[in-house]
Design a protein around this ligand. Sequence first.
Ligand SMILES: [Zn+2]
Ligand SMILES: [Zn+2]
Length: 380
Amino acid sequence: MRASVLVDIGRLELRDVPFPELRPADVLIRVNAVGLCGTDFHIFAGHSNYNTDERGAVIPLSKQPQILGHEIVGIVEEAGPQAKGVSAGDRVVLDQGLNCLSANRDPVCEYCATGDSHQCAFYSEHGITGLPGGLAEFLAIPAVNAIKITTDIGDAEAALTEPLGCILHSSNMASRSRSRYSLKAEAPDDRIRSVMVCGAGPAGLLFVQYLRNVAGYDGLLMVSEPNKKKRDLAARFGAEAIDPVSEDVVSAVSDLTAGRRADYLIEATGSGKVLSIIPQLIRKQATVLLYGHGHAGVDMSALNSIMFLEPTLVASVGASGSFDHDGRPVTYRRALGLLEEGKIQVGPFITNRYTQLEAVPGAFHGDSSSPEYIKGVVLP
Ligand SMILES: [Zn+2]
Ligand SMILES: [Zn+2]
């Protein structure tokens, strides 16, 4: 079968690769859609590589090429004899992460047992940690990692279940944290009155909609984003959009909050420069959700000024969370449901649709740096 293979940093090749092997509890998926995500671009550019050996040392792409793609929608082509809950012909969204239930391990590890399957002690991820991803014709995955789609939601839209799942999971981590301010606090003084979202890429745009349409937050919601197209969408979804190029973000936030600054800041850029101005954007003992990864270009002393304000720092990664009654990840189901109900809209920011695997290198090489690009989905 054909696959788009990352054979080295910056080098994607269309190759013939062995057909996936179907184990008894697996389903064989014919790929319909794959969302391209920041993580893919980081791996492509050589900024990160999550394929490591038992000792945690990175295995270079030149030694073990990677088929990228972890935001996957497809059709069940064949179900193994022990596969439960889905059958041939079903359209499904995949949880790319293999946990204890995926491996039918008994007893499950301490993380799977406490609803944090994305931190499973035996975790591995299709499209990220060396296991083949969705940028291929087919993929074999345990049936418990496949969630049936029962509505007529588009393939491209459904592919955003995983990124939305990450937003739900991190927001849940923030609300579970012991913080001075929270969204649902009883006492008005403890309630979050100003939220700052740094960055309106797909993540920032999902956070804005989550806060407005799911969490029911109706207070001040500010977003800083240099790209006009993204800024306009953030405004359309209910945020006060700030252009950090033409405006001084620190003064803008100070003005909008009457000097109070943000009670809750969501860092969704992964930019070191943004990290370094967080102390000027937040209130003392605010909550800071560190969602974006990367933060290159600043030294660790940027943390000093953040620490001085004693914020609750919440770091999160992944989406799967706890298991539903049938072993499927609750967070993915909830995310898919929100997309199907239209509570969260992703259509307006899926800017690039690629209908062939041949087009994948173009997405990585040029398109993603265009000012018109927000989110690309491959529909092979
Ligand atoms: Zn992703
Ligand atoms: Zn586990």
